[in-house]
Design a binder for this molecule. Structure first.
Ligand code: HEC
Length: 398
């Protein structure tokens, strides 16, 4: 498809995706807060588990939570579901525009797995579907009855998937797939479990029957999972701007640490919202800080720097020649790669001075990570990466 059309589709879908994502996660944060801040008092109506008072935008709000449903259902009942569905739909379309229409550049890395676009797209779709099925089976298995083991199982599932993705797709696509997988699980929780169970509850009430308490418990479990996954999923989605994460040799390990950091920080908020404090909220921020600093140190230790023999070193002409071979099909004022109608990221490599200007970014994209050349269709070798790296570190001599 025409590059300009795809660019516009990309921009507009991204815009929508961010907006509805904010609405979804915002309402999710709000309801978790609301749930945890409910107070009991004498004289609440029958079936009301608690209430809370809020002030916002000049008005006072008084919310009461019915554990099952009020005896008489109100005429107007707002269901919170489109925030979630719209986030998934716009996210899926955005992923298709970038990673399916641009499969050669963005999805596939032939050094990782030598497949064509159709096969890579089929693998991507299958993996998203399978990850939901496996997650759902885990939750329904006996493991689903014990919170700790279930959390470990879901953690292992996501990290295992990250490992698999990083051995199938480009690093960047692998990270987006981890995000897409978590987002799919979260949205499917809403679509297949949370909303249907609420509907069953309402239907039972209308029929004058007592709703099954299991429906509520199941919905609560899935919505708690969604809550703990919100912070990690956002990092995965924005990670594609940071090659030090997805481009790292052990990128799946980075996913594991991010899951822990996000979960721990969420736990602090949840506990505070519920009125907890003291030793119960003393450990989350210190642990998250240690892990974040540890992660930053871990990714900045150069993991693939080799000392090159003197005769393998390149001069400015040599470095420029490597870039001509592997980069300028895209990074030129008029790219010959049909997927681009302007130099991506505004970066062009048409003279040695351009290389000097972007030296630090070239190191990050091509040497300490393998984010560039995108898709590596020109099959840049490890030696060439080391040569560029050595030339840049030596101060880009003539
Ligand atoms: C197939 C096309 C393609 C090729 C080939 C390619 N790039 Fe890129 N490059 C891109 C795209 C697309 C972006 C923008 C990425 C984004 O939006 O995150 C980019 C962005 C960059 C950036 C800017 C990143 C930033 O910090 O914003 C640098 C630097 C870069 N590439 C270096 C290189 C080098 C060096 C090579 C060759 C070794 C190369 N690229 C080969 C497509 C390509």
């Amino acid at each position: 498809m025409d590059a300009a059309v795809l660019d516009w589709a990309n921009l507009l879908l991204r815009w929508v995706h961010v907006i509805v994502g904010i609405a979804w996660i915002g309402s999710s944060f709000f309801f978790i807060w609301l749930d945890l801040s409910l107070n009991k008092r004498e004289g609440l109506p029958d079936g009301v588990a608690g209430e809370t008072w809020m002030v916002h935008g000049g008005g006072f709000y008084h919310a009461q939570k019915y554990l099952v449903a009020p005896e008489q259902l109100p005429e107007h009942l707002h269901w919170f579901k489109w925030e979630s569905y719209a986030t998934w739909i716009s996210g899926f379309c955005l992923m298709a525009v970038i990673y399916y229409f641009g499969a050669e550049s963005f999805l596939i890395d032939r050094q990782t797995l030598d497949v064509g676009p159709a096969a890579a797209i089929a693998i991507s779709l299958a993996m998203l579907a399978v990850s939901w099925v496996v997650y759902d089976l885990i939750c329904r298995s006996p493991l689903g009855n014990s919170t700790g083991p279930l959390a470990v199982a879901v953690f292992v599932l996501v990290v295992g998937a990250a490992f698999l993705f990083s051995n199938v797709f480009s690093g960047r696509a692998a990270f987006v797939h981890v995000g897409a997988m978590i987002g799919t699980i979260m949205s499917a929780n809403v679509f297949f479990i949370i909303i249907p169970n609420q509907k069953k509850t309402v239907a039972a009430m209308l029929a004058g029957k007592a709703p099954d308490a299991v429906w509520g418990m199941q919905a609560k479990q899935r919505s708690t999972h969604n809550n703990y996954l919100t912070l990690p999923v956002l990092l995965m989605m924005i990670s594609n701007h940071y090659p030090m994460t997805f481009g790292h040799e052990y990128n799946w390990l980075i996913v594991a640490v991010v899951l822990i950091i996000g979960g721990v920080v969420r736990d602090w908020f949840n506990t505070r919202n519920a009125g907890g404090g003291g030793s119960r909220t003393a450990w989350q921020w210190p642990l998250a800080t240690v892990l974040t600093v540890g992660l930053a140190v871990f990714v900045s230790v150069p993991w693939n720097v080799e000392t090159l023999d003197e005769e393998k070193m390149v001069d400015a002409d040599g470095a420029f020649a490597i870039v001509q071979t592997h980069c300028v099909s895209c990074h030129a004022t008029e790219p010959i790669n049909p997927d681009f109608d302007a130099p991506p990221g505004g970066v062009v490599f048409e003279s040695v001075d351009h290389l000097r200007t972007h030296a630090v970014r070239i190191l990050a994209q091509t040497v300490t990570s393998q984010a560039m050349p995108l898709g590596n269709t020109s099959e840049m070798t490890e030696l060439e990466r080391q040569q560029i790296g050595a030339w840049i570190r030596a101060g880009q001599p003539d």
